[in-house]
Design a binder for this molecule. Structure first.
Ligand SMILES: N[C@@H](CCC(=O)N[C@@H](CS)C(=O)NCC(=O)O)C(=O)O
Length: 231
């Protein structure tokens, strides 16, 4: 049995908050695979594994090291065919890729405007300066100016979440009758918010999204709930 080690970033109180790493954590549980999680900070990433890593999730499968949540999910699906399927076949994979891009280009850009300062305030001390500098460079403005767009982002959230709400009005999971990697992609965003902020993201999606979030947090013996909600 291959040893699996994951690397994940945490807040100052040790809470795992990375939306992309949560996808991997859920995917491993879906496949029934146990793993050791190394909790690190942003500034520890260059020192892990082969020294070439820039992001979490990074996962070491025996001698193989993989980064990038989508690549890790594909690897798991290929190398662990005996576990339940993450995608339910090639079409499911194609549809999950759409949700991967919806999360990256529609949902996350709104959410980060709303929770950016909550994240910053909860970071480990060693990560604060790095986070401020790297994000200010990425956004081309101060963290505070970026976060000032939070109210406008809230105004767009309901319409961005509407396709999810409508889907969950007629099926229990984004994966259909059973949870799939599609659910874990989107769950990552909700867990990002839940672990760093008191902002109620699910309320923008209404009752179907709230019920889905509760059910997803219950999966795998409440794996998601093991991480405390921010207060
Ligand atoms: N497309 C990547 C994105 C991963 C990503 O952006 N990870 C963030 C944490 S959520 C990270 O490790 N950032 C490192 C840094 O900012 O230095 C994936 O899906 O895994």
């Amino acid at each position: 049995m291959t040893t699996i080690t994951t690397y994940d970033i945490t807040t100052a109180d040790g809470t795992r908050f990375s939306p992309h790493a949560w996808r991997t954590t859920m995917a491993l549980a879906h496949k029934g695979l146990s793993h050791d999680c190394h909790k690190i900070g942003f500034t520890d990433i260059p020192g892990i594994c082969d020294g070439a890593r820039k992001i979490v999730p990074t996962v070491q499968f025996g001698d193989d090291v993989l980064s990038e949540s989508w690549a890790i999910a594909l690897h798991l699906e290929e190398t662990v065919p005996e576990g339940p399927s993450l995608f339910g076949g090639e079409k499911g994979k194609a549809h999950a890729l759409f949700l991967n891009n919806w999360a990256a280009f529609s949902l996350h850009p709104l959410v980060i405007r709303i929770i950016l300062l909550d994240i910053y305030n909860r970071l480990q001390d060693k990560d604060r300066e790095y986070f401020r500098t790297s994000r200010e460079k990425r956004f081309n403005m101060s963290l505070e100016d970026f976060a000032a767009g939070g109210e406008a982002a809230k105004g767009q959230l309901k319409s961005v979440l509407t396709p999810m709400t409508k889907t969950l009005e007629t099926q229990q999971w984004l994966g259909g009758r059973v949870p799939s990697y599609a659910d874990y992609i989107v769950f990552g965003a909700f867990q990002w918010v839940r672990t760093t902020s008191t902002f109620d993201l699910a309320s923008y999606g209404g009752e179907p999204v709230q019920a889905w979030l509760d059910a997803t947090l219950d999966l795998y013996d409440g794996l998601g709930r093991n991480e405390p909600a921010a207060s």
